[in-house]
Design a protein around this ligand. Sequence first.
Ligand code: SF4
Length: 227
Amino acid sequence: MPSRGKLCNFDCIYCECGWNADGRADRHLPSAADVRSALEAKLRECSEAGVGIDSITFSGDGEPTLNPEFPRIVRDTLALRDRFFPDAAVSVLSNATMLDRDDVFEALCLVDNPILKLDAPTDELVAKINQPQGAYHVADVVRGMERFKGGFVLQTMFLRAPGFDSSSPEVLLPWMDIVRRLRPREVMVYTLDRPAPAEGLGKFTAPEMQALVQPLIDEGIKIQIKA
Ligand code: SF4
């Protein structure tokens, strides 16, 4: 991702990086060679300093799979992890919009934790809170997620916003049906934690989220709740 700007094909109303329009000053994507050398230097430094590493996580100022060299960057990262910190996990936070690219899908299958976002169950609701910058169809994304055969973490933001409420039946019930269909190895439900660019957003408490997802927990789906 750009080191000073944001590059994403979503413009989520809760994005801690702000609006895409505010991050246009820097749209330079690092090359795979740049990432490899910077990561190698950092891992060597940590290793020599005796600093432990739990996870090397792709996240931050945008959508990592938009980098055209993402598959190679993943492979380089796994090789460096094996060399310096073989016990560390490699995790990728992604909005799951690039799953139709086989090389992206295959790279995500290689990492320990592919963490894939789905905040709302219909295109209309996604438009309200994620504001995709191009064509986006929940049905296509769900089909892409099905290819993991449950070997991924589904990440869903629970929030209240003008015209949107994660706890309303029109959002919650079809979202639960998608979870049942996908059976991800884990579902990560979280809520607002940092300042958001949009006004009028509301968060949920952990007990509220727990109550909302309890039917899925009762059906044996593992759910991590972060408030
Ligand atoms: S997908 Fe992530 S980086 Fe992109 S706008 Fe949404 S929260 Fe921000």
